[in-house]
Design a protein around this ligand. Structure first.
Ligand code: MD3
Ligand code: FE
Length: 209
């Protein structure tokens, strides 16, 4: 489903087994070597979403190799299986195997939303590269707001994202404003090992060397 040029939603892409595996992997990544935390933006506001990173560490608003705003530790590497999954995701979304082969994400951001968390409208422009962003949702459903590339207001499109959905943002959509206005209460799927909350994993190429 093409939500906008270059923005492709593939519902139910991950199997239940893959979702269970994701939850277990995210639990490990969220503890060591860098604990998951709510980032503090330059104005002093603490984000309601909690984040842990692989490959490069994102802090508002830059990428570093060590988690300087957390515990100073070097972040864990992006495992090869995750790079391969990112390639498969791009190939599936664009129905183009060669687009998948060209994709080499160097970073994964794992976001955790409790039922009250949200993410305001923003652009992802800390990457020095226009390769697609791959997004995978696991756990409770959310309302995802996909906007335009000019400003954080209308026009935008609201879509519900469910556990297992894949969303790829490339081309004209790569620098569009987007956000998560709400997590949908009571939407947890009982069989994936996450009693409440939502995980979102994004794969990116930062263009860093
Ligand atoms: C569209 N995460 O981590 S994923 C983020 O669900 C972020 O946690 C949201 O926005 C989440 O920066 C949305 C979907 C997403 C991710 C990156 C994008 C949409 C995007 C980059 C460009 C355009
Ligand atoms: Fe974003």
């Amino acid at each position: 489903l093409e939500v906008a040029p270059g923005a492709i939603l593939v519902p139910d892409w991950l199997s239940v087994e893959q979702q269970r595996f994701w939850v277990a992997e995210c639990r490990r990544w969220a503890t060591a070597p860098v604990p998951m935390r709510s980032a503090v933006v330059p104005g002093g506001h603490k984000m309601s979403v909690q984040t842990v990173c692989l490959g490069w560490h994102w802090q508002p608003y830059k990428y570093t190799r060590t988690a300087d705003d957390v515990n100073g530790a070097p972040v864990a590497a992006v495992p090869d299986w995750l790079v391969d999954l990112g390639r498969a995701a791009v190939a599936a979304a664009y129905d183009d195997p060669t687009a998948g082969e060209r994709y080499t994400p160097d970073t994964a951001l794992i976001n955790f939303y409790d039922e009250g968390a949200r993410m305001g409208m923003h652009q992802d422009k800390d990457e020095r590269c226009d390769a697609p962003v791959v997004s995978l949702s696991v756990g409770q459903s959310c309302v995802f707001r996909f906007g335009n590339s000019e400003n954080r207001n209308k026009p935008y499109t609201d879509v519900e994202l469910h556990s297992g959905d894949l969303f790829v943002f490339g081309g004209e959509s790569r620098f569009a404003y987007h956000g998560v206005p709400k997590v949908i209460a009571g939407s947890a799927s009982p069989d994936i090992g996450l009693p409440s909350g939502r995980l979102n994993i994004t794969l990116r190429d930062t263009g860093m060397s």
